[in-house]
Design a protein around this ligand. Structure first.
Ligand SMILES: *Cc1c(COP(=O)(O)O)cnc(C)c1O
Length: 392
């Protein structure tokens, strides 16, 4: 039985190999102040989501270590059992203030938050258990939304209407055609294209159709908006704000921010919050330190924006599409998978950690390098990157 199973797995892996689609894990190390490949060769990071370099910031690392020493390596219980510490609530309060919302709730990861909060919201007002379709909530999801949102939407077991990317006229017509409760889900910065949603227009549309609006700020939190508070900051009518702590925050985990009622309700109704272990003290310490630093990092945010514009200009001059990117995420669309891998290998040889993104993560024929720039890159790094890119 085991043998047949492995043979089946191997056949699928071979098929992925044949289509240049097999993904392999590659270990990188951190040493002497930078990333290193397996041979100790220094790599310049132009791919990770550590936009402000906070994962290596001395204050962030020190507070993670300090809170581990003081509070322990873990908080080994779920939040409702014995996992809620004073520091857990204090960090949640700070996150709520940072996002300008009444309350916030920590989650183990952004994937877990989207995958479980979205189905929980669709059951709001419906009778517990399947079958109460009269009160079910339909989900309206941007076609480029992250896999975790798609996962959450499918788990909801209620209708999912996918609207064309950032096409508010299409969304408007879909909303108008649906009589029941509605939930709109979008990202504020799209993770593979680096473009933005028009949150004010979405909020107005949600208001007009009586829909709830859930916004994923994974790639905006810390890096965009006033003082890095995200693109939903100050936008009225965004009901549910999700963000991650593993990207610009340089730590791990995620949060939902919103009204006090929303947060209290999730504590009672969201499986991905209730049935999992609380975030450990060192992670909370890192988040706490990141919250001290992020509002004041305007110079770093400006540097990242300048880097991104330079890269977009260089790629445009080469005739390489960067789609509608206006953020630190800059796609360089190559097209075919094998070509994209070859280009990534060439950048790697030039000392850059640049990762090829292929289907099914992005659509067929749009394989790309996904550059994600960070404030640790100096002007000389950018010169080197632009020179390497020019040879593509
Ligand atoms: C990374 C990401 C997530 C998942 O967050 P994790 O904390 O890494 O699980 C969710 N949504 C978007 C748009 C992301 O880019």
């Amino acid at each position: 039985m085991k043998k047949t199973f492995d043979a089946l797995l191997q056949r699928e892996l071979d098929a992925l190999d044949a289509g240049s689609r097999r993904r392999r894990l590659r270990a990188i190390g951190y040493g002497d102040g930078g990333l290193r490949d397996a041979n100790g060769r220094s790599l310049t990071d132009v791919s990770s989501n550590d936009y402000l370099g906070l994962s290596q910031h001395p204050l962030v690392k020190a507070r993670a270590a300090e809170w581990a020493q003081r509070h322990g390596a873990g908080a080994p219980a779920s939040r409702l059992v014995a996992g809620t510490r004073d520091i857990t609530l204090a960090v949640e309060q700070r996150l709520a203030a940072f996002k300008g919302r009444e309350a916030a709730l920590l989650f183990s990861s952004g994937f877990q938050a989207n995958a479980t909060v979205i189905p929980a919201l669709t059951r709001l007002g419906a009778k517990v258990g399947a079958g109460d379709t009269a009160n079910a909530t339909a989900i309206f999801s941007d076609e480029l939304n992250h896999a975790s949102i798609i996962h959450g939407a499918r788990a909801a077991r209620y209708p999912v209407k996918v609207f064309r990317h950032n096409d508010l006229a299409h969304l408007d017509s879909l909303l108008g055609a649906h009589a029941g409760r509605k939930l709109i889900v979008t990202e504020s910065v799209f993770s593979m294209d680096g473009d933005r949603a028009d949150l004010s227009a979405l909020a107005a549309l949600a208001e007009r159709h009586g829909a709830l609006l859930h916004v994923d700020e994974a790639h905006a939190t810390g890096i965009l908006g006033p003082q890095g508070r995200g693109l939903a900051a100050g936008v009225k009518g965004v009901d549910v704000v999700m963000g991650t702590l593993g990207k610009a925050f340089g730590a791990f985990g995620a949060y939902i921010a919103g009204s006090r009622a929303l947060i209290d309700w999730l504590v009672n109704r969201c499986s991905g919050f209730i049935f999992t272990t609380a975030l450990p003290p060192p992670v909370l310490g890192a988040v706490d330190a990141a919250l001290d630093l992020i509002p004041g990092m305007e110079a770093e945010r400006a540097r990242v924006a300048t880097h991104a514009q330079r890269l977009r200009d260089a790629l445009a001059a080469l005739g390489i599409s960067t789609l509608e990117s206006t953020t630190q995420i800059v796609p360089a669309v190559i097209g075919a998978e094998a070509d994209t891998l070859a280009v990534a290998a060439r950048l790697d040889a030039a000392g850059f950690l640049a990762v090829a993104i292929r289907p099914p993560t992005v659509a067929e024929g749009t394989s790309r390098l996904r550059f994600a720039l960070n404030s640790q890159l100096g002007d000389s790094d950018m010169e080197r990157l632009l020179a390497a890119v020019a040879t593509l």
